[in-house]
Design a protein around this ligand. Structure first.
Ligand code: ADE
Length: 225
């Protein structure tokens, strides 16, 4: 899968390109992350890509032309790329949405800064608006990285054998509790069943704990099922 990112801060993406699950996916040639410096599509000598909002008010708005030109350039290379704009006004990123996006061949992630992009971009150039949660962060870059990470994990072969996809949300529940050595620390013991070697009992215990965990921590998930 190919990710193209339109951003004013391309170097931020080294955080996921150089280390961790996304980096490994890149090394295995299962995915690629390409950044596009939006300022290179500016048509003025100061390399500005924003201007004052019509109607007045604080902040600046990212202009149509540089963004549209950049998207067009990407589409010349990858005509079937889906354009996603990261914004707090978007559809909430969930496990299911990450799975759905992982089935696309390519996505272009548009990262806003300042007051965001001119509405005409959202209306005419963007296929999907995605939010990582009901709060505002200072730009789309961190949101794009969250999306790339969560989507990359769903691409077959990206996770190693040891990191299964058996995570929270994969079956609509939170994860079960995990323990490792030592068996006892400061009087706190690992549940007996996990030491029993009886796999069916362990599986049942885990299922039960996942359900209880979800009931206690995230009742809303159960209600949505
Ligand atoms: N940009 C600013 N806040 C955001 C959010 N919550 N999700 C996605 N992009 C954003």
């Amino acid at each position: 899968m190919r990710f193209d990112v339109i951003t004013l801060f391309p170097s931020m993406f080294s955080a996921i390109r150089d280390e961790g699950v996304v980096a490994r996916g890149i090394n295995k040639s299962l995915l690629s992350v390409h950044t596009w410096q939006l300022r290179e599509f500016s048509e003025n000598k100061h390399r500005n890509i924003d201007d004052k909002p019509y109607g007045g008010g604080a902040g600046m708005v990212m202009q149509v032309k540089p963004i549209r030109d950049c998207i067009e350039k990407i589409k010349q290379k990858i005509p079937d790329t889906r354009v996603i704009y990261l914004s707090p006004q978007g559809q909430k990123l969930t496990h299911q949405l990450a799975v759905d996006i992982s089935n696309f061949n390519a996505v272009t992630l548009l990262c806003g800064r300042y007051e965001g992009v001119d509405e005409r971009i959202i209306k005419h150039d963007v296929d999907m608006e995605v939010s990582i949660g009901d709060y505002v962060i200072s730009g789309g870059e961190l949101a794009a990285m969250v999306l790339i990470d969560s989507v990359s994990r769903q691409i077959s072969g990206v996770l190693g054998n040891k990191e299964s996809l058996n995570d929270s949300f994969c079956d609509g529940l939170l994860d079960y509790p995990h323990y490792t050595r030592p068996e006892e620390i400061d009087g706190q013991k690992v549940p007996e069943v996990l030491l029993s070697g009886h796999q069916a009992n362990i599986d049942n215990w885990r299922k039960d704990k996942a359900l209880k965990n979800t009931q206690i921590k995230r009742k809303d998930i159960l209600k949505n099922q």
